[in-house]
Design a protein around this ligand. Structure first.
Ligand SMILES: Cc1ncc(COP(=O)(O)O)c(C=O)c1O
Length: 428
């Protein structure tokens, strides 16, 4: 199938929300970092949206899924118990930080977010949520309600969940207070306190939800000091701190979870994407003190924790550990950041490069004003695809090129990808 054929056919049977997305490249086969269609091969530098951290169709993951398929496909949780689902919960309980030892399975990231929001209300008896400008938590109505990265995600869907309010995210490149690292006094944390003092009584807040690295919002790591402060504030007011680690989880930021990388423990954690290398599954995990109060019948899902996905999840964890992929992400990511770190000085259209592990963003700007330049990013993305490298944008204007290759991407391919970006960037 050519890209043109694919376009014609998807326009006929799918809505523009899919058919007019970019770039809709046909894929017949995928292996490691490679996508193949006919005789065309493309290097996937977005890892299917940070999903195939162990690469596409890792043989160990595929073998585990196949084997499970021959045993049992569907064993709905609560009514039946399939070994891989139980074993995956046990494995997660073992590797998640601190006391996050109790796991509920869903199917998608947004479903895990909705579960977290419901449980936060259920267990605290409070109804409010505080989220951040720039955040992205998914597309269900609940997840959309706490999403603040683009008005387009919310337009036409209101009224959304009541009780949600937003505060500025600590975006150090576009600091709302115009600060730089040297004169920062965490005004962003004061803004949360002020929000509590003026707008939202903290004793009514069930949870604060945050991505440790904003993904869709532009690949912006949260400063540890801010996260420490948020943790303290939550403890002071009995508010649950929810980490959305749907994109940052499973080695992406250099440790198994960003909570480990940043050294701050949430009360609830949402996981999905890379958990099973592309087999659909998600999880909400928390301590027994919270999860243990979730009574039978209060929540559920038919397919959550599907046996094949769970088997693939267990195999994914084994691969991440055996190939030491989180550590590889940390080491390689640091080297990439070192190399691209000079780009803001060298290229007028690069405003900032930043990231954690192999979750790296390059932000394009208009040289005169510093405003986000989605057009420049678009030129780079189109050019890269023509040269056989798939990257996707992030940020409100699509001004950030995200680099999230599989964590076991061959080094020479990664450097080739960086060279392609450098070459294209130097030409705009
Ligand atoms: C941080 C974050 N949260 C939630 C989601 C939603 O996950 P899903 O698309 O599986 O519903 C995403 C998806 O991109 C995400 O990046």
């Amino acid at each position: 199938m050519t890209r043109d054929e694919a376009k014609t056919r998807i326009h006929r049977v799918m809505p523009p929300v899919v058919s007019e997305d970019w770039p809709n490249v046909p894929v017949d086969r995928a292996e490691g970092p490679w996508l193949e269609s006919g005789d065309r091969r493309i290097a996937d530098m977005m890892a299917g949206f940070a999903v195939v951290n162990a690469g596409h169709n890792h043989p160990g993951v595929i073998a585990a899924a196949r084997e499970q398929m021959d045993r049992v496909v569907h064993a709905p949780a609560g009514v039946m118990v399939a070994e891989p689902q139980l074993a995956l919960a046990e494995a997660l309980a073992r590797i998640l930080p601190g006391d996050l030892d109790t796991v509920w399975f869903g199917n998608s990231g947004a479903e895990a977010i909705d579960a977290a929001l419901k449980l936060a209300r259920y267990s605290t008896g409070r109804f409010r949520f505080v989220s951040f400008y720039g955040s992205f938590h998914g597309r269900t109505l609940g997840a959309t309600a706490v999403t603040g990265s683009r008005a387009g995600h919310r337009r036409g869907y209101g009224p959304l969940l009541p009780g949600v309010s937003f505060v500025p995210y600590p975006n150090c490149f576009r600091c709302p207070w115009g600060r730089r690292a040297r004169d920062c006094s965490l005004e962003c944390l004061d803004a949360v306190s002020e929000h509590f003092a003026r707008v939202v009584p903290p004793e009514e807040v069930a949870a604060i939800i945050i991505e440790p690295v904003q993904g869709e919002g532009g690949f912006i790591p949260v400063p540890t000091k801010f996260l420490d402060g948020l943790r303290r504030m939550c403890d002071e007011h009995g508010i649950l701190l929810i980490f959305d680690e749907i994109q940052t989880g499973f080695g992406r930021t250099g440790r198994m979870f960003a909570a480990d990388t940043l050294g701050v423990k949430p009360d609830l954690i949402c996981l999905a994407k890379a958990m099973a290398s592309g087999f659909p599954i998600s999880a909400l995990a928390g301590p027994r003190s919270i999860m243990g109060g979730w009574a039978v019948g209060a929540h559920g899902t038919t397919f959550g924790g599907n046996a094949i996905s769970a088997a693939a999840g267990l195999a994914t964890l084994e691969v991440l550990e055996a190939e030491e992929l989180p550590a590889r992400a940390a080491a390689l990511g640091a080297r990439v950041l070192e190399k691209v770190g000079s780009w803001p000085e060298r290229f007028a259209r690069v405003g900032d490069v930043r990231g954690l592990g192999l979750m790296i963003g390059i932000e394009y700007v208009e040289p005169e004003t510093g405003a986000p330049d989605g057009e420049a990013a678009r030129i780079v993305l189109e050019g890269a695809l023509e040269r056989g490298f798939l990257f996707v944008p992030a940020g409100a204007e699509g001004q950030v090129v995200r680099l999230t290759p599989p964590l076991n991407v061959p080094e020479d391919l990664l450097w080739e990808a960086v060279d392609v970006l450098e070459d294209l960037t130097s030409g705009i």
